[in-house]
Ligand binder design. Structure first.
Ligand SMILES: [Ca+2]
Ligand SMILES: [Ca+2]
Ligand SMILES: [Ca+2]
Length: 207
Protein backbone atom coordinates (compact mmCIF):
# COMPACT_ATOMS: atom_id res chain seq x y z
CA UNK A 1 0.00 0.00 0.00
CA UNK A 2 2.75 2.39 0.96
CA UNK A 3 4.62 1.77 -2.29
CA UNK A 4 1.52 2.36 -4.39
CA UNK A 5 0.88 5.61 -2.61
CA UNK A 6 4.37 6.86 -3.45
CA UNK A 7 3.97 5.97 -7.12
CA UNK A 8 0.71 7.84 -7.25
CA UNK A 9 2.40 10.84 -5.71
CA UNK A 10 5.23 10.80 -8.26
CA UNK A 11 2.75 10.54 -11.10
CA UNK A 12 0.85 13.47 -9.73
CA UNK A 13 3.93 15.67 -9.48
CA UNK A 14 5.09 14.81 -12.97
CA UNK A 15 1.76 15.96 -14.33
CA UNK A 16 1.90 19.39 -12.78
CA UNK A 17 4.63 21.02 -14.90
CA UNK A 18 3.07 19.76 -18.14
CA UNK A 19 -0.37 21.15 -17.46
CA UNK A 20 1.11 24.35 -16.04
CA UNK A 21 3.17 24.91 -19.18
CA UNK A 22 0.32 24.42 -21.62
CA UNK A 23 -1.95 26.55 -19.49
CA UNK A 24 0.66 29.32 -19.51
CA UNK A 25 1.36 29.46 -23.27
CA UNK A 26 -2.12 30.45 -24.30
CA UNK A 27 -2.74 33.34 -21.94
CA UNK A 28 0.53 34.93 -23.10
CA UNK A 29 -0.91 35.53 -26.57
CA UNK A 30 -4.24 36.45 -25.10
CA UNK A 31 -2.63 38.85 -22.65
CA UNK A 32 -0.79 40.48 -25.54
CA UNK A 33 -4.05 40.87 -27.46
CA UNK A 34 -5.84 42.26 -24.42
CA UNK A 35 -3.04 44.66 -23.57
CA UNK A 36 -3.06 46.11 -27.09
CA UNK A 37 -6.84 45.91 -27.56
CA UNK A 38 -6.60 43.45 -30.44
CA UNK A 39 -9.77 41.53 -31.11
CA UNK A 40 -11.26 39.15 -33.65
CA UNK A 41 -8.85 37.76 -36.23
CA UNK A 42 -6.09 40.11 -35.12
CA UNK A 43 -3.13 37.78 -35.68
CA UNK A 44 -3.01 38.13 -39.46
CA UNK A 45 -3.58 41.89 -39.48
CA UNK A 46 -1.12 44.73 -39.36
CA UNK A 47 -2.70 47.20 -36.98
CA UNK A 48 0.00 49.87 -37.16
CA UNK A 49 0.81 49.37 -40.87
CA UNK A 50 4.51 48.92 -40.21
CA UNK A 51 4.87 45.88 -42.43
CA UNK A 52 4.68 43.35 -39.59
CA UNK A 53 1.57 41.37 -38.82
CA UNK A 54 0.35 41.52 -35.23
CA UNK A 55 1.34 37.93 -34.46
CA UNK A 56 4.85 38.63 -35.72
CA UNK A 57 4.99 41.64 -33.42
CA UNK A 58 3.95 39.40 -30.54
CA UNK A 59 6.81 37.02 -31.34
CA UNK A 60 9.33 39.84 -31.67
CA UNK A 61 8.13 41.70 -28.60
CA UNK A 62 7.42 44.85 -30.59
CA UNK A 63 4.38 47.07 -30.19
CA UNK A 64 1.56 46.13 -32.60
CA UNK A 65 0.07 49.60 -32.26
CA UNK A 66 3.27 51.57 -32.79
CA UNK A 67 4.91 51.52 -36.22
CA UNK A 68 8.27 52.44 -34.71
CA UNK A 69 8.57 50.57 -31.43
CA UNK A 70 12.03 51.82 -30.48
CA UNK A 71 11.51 55.36 -31.84
CA UNK A 72 14.64 55.39 -33.96
CA UNK A 73 13.01 56.58 -37.18
CA UNK A 74 12.70 53.12 -38.73
CA UNK A 75 9.36 51.36 -38.88
CA UNK A 76 9.39 47.90 -37.31
CA UNK A 77 9.06 46.15 -40.68
CA UNK A 78 11.89 48.22 -42.14
CA UNK A 79 14.07 47.29 -39.18
CA UNK A 80 13.91 43.67 -40.28
CA UNK A 81 14.32 44.59 -43.95
CA UNK A 82 17.51 46.46 -43.11
CA UNK A 83 18.86 43.91 -40.65
CA UNK A 84 18.32 46.00 -37.55
CA UNK A 85 16.86 45.34 -34.15
CA UNK A 86 13.31 46.76 -33.84
CA UNK A 87 13.79 47.04 -30.09
CA UNK A 88 17.11 48.88 -30.12
CA UNK A 89 17.31 52.45 -31.37
CA UNK A 90 21.01 52.13 -32.15
CA UNK A 91 21.54 48.51 -33.18
CA UNK A 92 25.25 48.79 -34.00
CA UNK A 93 25.88 51.08 -31.01
CA UNK A 94 27.83 53.65 -32.97
CA UNK A 95 25.95 56.60 -31.52
CA UNK A 96 23.75 57.07 -34.59
CA UNK A 97 20.15 55.92 -34.49
CA UNK A 98 19.11 53.20 -36.97
CA UNK A 99 16.79 55.56 -38.84
CA UNK A 100 19.63 57.99 -39.50
CA UNK A 101 21.83 55.44 -41.20
CA UNK A 102 19.24 53.41 -43.09
CA UNK A 103 17.36 55.51 -45.61
CA UNK A 104 15.68 52.98 -47.84
CA UNK A 105 15.95 49.91 -49.95
CA UNK A 106 16.21 49.11 -53.65
CA UNK A 107 12.96 47.53 -54.79
CA UNK A 108 13.80 47.27 -58.49
CA UNK A 109 16.87 47.59 -60.63
CA UNK A 110 17.29 46.53 -64.27
CA UNK A 111 20.73 47.96 -64.91
CA UNK A 112 19.45 51.38 -65.97
CA UNK A 113 16.36 52.27 -64.03
CA UNK A 114 16.37 52.04 -60.30
CA UNK A 115 13.47 52.20 -57.88
CA UNK A 116 13.98 52.75 -54.19
CA UNK A 117 11.54 52.84 -51.31
CA UNK A 118 12.28 55.42 -48.68
CA UNK A 119 11.92 54.10 -45.14
CA UNK A 120 10.98 57.50 -43.71
CA UNK A 121 8.05 58.18 -46.03
CA UNK A 122 7.25 54.75 -47.42
CA UNK A 123 7.27 56.34 -50.88
CA UNK A 124 9.05 54.95 -53.91
CA UNK A 125 11.35 56.97 -56.14
CA UNK A 126 12.39 55.86 -59.60
CA UNK A 127 15.48 57.26 -61.29
CA UNK A 128 17.63 56.59 -64.29
CA UNK A 129 21.11 55.61 -63.33
CA UNK A 130 23.97 57.90 -64.24
CA UNK A 131 26.94 55.59 -64.24
CA UNK A 132 29.48 58.40 -64.14
CA UNK A 133 31.26 58.56 -60.88
CA UNK A 134 31.67 61.70 -58.88
CA UNK A 135 35.10 63.30 -59.27
CA UNK A 136 35.15 63.61 -55.51
CA UNK A 137 35.45 59.87 -55.23
CA UNK A 138 38.93 58.58 -54.73
CA UNK A 139 40.14 61.85 -53.36
CA UNK A 140 41.20 62.38 -49.84
CA UNK A 141 38.93 61.01 -47.15
CA UNK A 142 38.35 64.48 -45.76
CA UNK A 143 35.15 66.10 -46.94
CA UNK A 144 36.69 69.07 -48.69
CA UNK A 145 33.99 69.91 -51.21
CA UNK A 146 32.15 72.97 -49.94
CA UNK A 147 29.14 72.35 -52.13
CA UNK A 148 28.77 68.76 -51.09
CA UNK A 149 25.12 67.81 -51.13
CA UNK A 150 25.74 65.02 -48.79
CA UNK A 151 28.06 64.16 -45.99
CA UNK A 152 27.40 61.04 -44.01
CA UNK A 153 30.16 61.75 -41.57
CA UNK A 154 32.34 59.02 -42.96
CA UNK A 155 34.40 61.55 -44.85
CA UNK A 156 33.26 60.73 -48.36
CA UNK A 157 31.64 63.58 -50.19
CA UNK A 158 29.47 63.75 -53.25
CA UNK A 159 29.08 66.57 -55.74
CA UNK A 160 25.67 68.14 -55.74
CA UNK A 161 23.15 67.03 -58.29
CA UNK A 162 24.86 63.89 -59.40
CA UNK A 163 23.14 60.60 -59.09
CA UNK A 164 25.20 57.61 -58.36
CA UNK A 165 25.36 54.81 -55.89
CA UNK A 166 28.37 53.67 -54.08
CA UNK A 167 29.09 51.22 -51.36
CA UNK A 168 31.31 51.93 -48.42
CA UNK A 169 34.29 50.23 -49.95
CA UNK A 170 36.78 53.00 -50.62
CA UNK A 171 38.43 50.97 -53.36
CA UNK A 172 35.58 52.02 -55.61
CA UNK A 173 37.11 55.45 -55.87
CA UNK A 174 40.34 54.24 -57.41
CA UNK A 175 38.99 54.18 -60.92
CA UNK A 176 36.87 57.24 -61.68
CA UNK A 177 36.08 56.09 -65.21
CA UNK A 178 34.09 53.06 -64.29
CA UNK A 179 32.78 52.56 -60.83
CA UNK A 180 31.59 49.11 -59.99
CA UNK A 181 28.17 50.38 -59.05
CA UNK A 182 26.38 47.36 -60.43
CA UNK A 183 27.98 45.16 -57.81
CA UNK A 184 26.07 46.85 -55.02
CA UNK A 185 22.94 47.89 -56.89
CA UNK A 186 20.60 45.00 -56.49
CA UNK A 187 17.08 44.46 -55.35
CA UNK A 188 16.95 44.30 -51.58
CA UNK A 189 20.14 46.32 -51.07
CA UNK A 190 19.84 48.77 -48.19
CA UNK A 191 20.59 52.45 -48.66
CA UNK A 192 22.57 54.26 -46.04
CA UNK A 193 21.29 57.57 -47.34
CA UNK A 194 19.09 58.83 -50.13
CA UNK A 195 18.63 62.46 -51.02
CA UNK A 196 16.35 63.74 -53.73
CA UNK A 197 17.15 67.25 -54.89
CA UNK A 198 16.33 69.03 -58.16
CA UNK A 199 15.32 65.74 -59.71
CA UNK A 200 18.56 64.01 -58.87
CA UNK A 201 18.81 61.18 -56.48
CA UNK A 202 22.02 60.73 -54.60
CA UNK A 203 22.30 57.53 -52.68
CA UNK A 204 24.78 55.50 -50.74
CA UNK A 205 24.37 51.76 -50.66
CA UNK A 206 25.42 49.85 -47.59
CA UNK A 207 28.00 47.24 -48.45
CA1 LIG B 1 2.44 45.84 -37.37
CA1 LIG C 1 4.86 47.75 -34.62
CA1 LIG D 1 16.12 49.84 -34.24
Amino acid sequence: MRKLGLLALVALFSLIPVSAASAKAKPKVEAFAAKHHLTGSWKGKDADKDGLKNLKEFKLGTDPKKADSDKDGLRDGDELASGNNPLKADTDRDGVKDGKEHAGTITEFDGETITIREFATGKTVTATLDTECSPALGEDDDATADDSAFDDGSGDSVDEGEFFAQDEDEDLGEDDESCDDDDVLETGAVLQSAELEDGYLTAYVLA
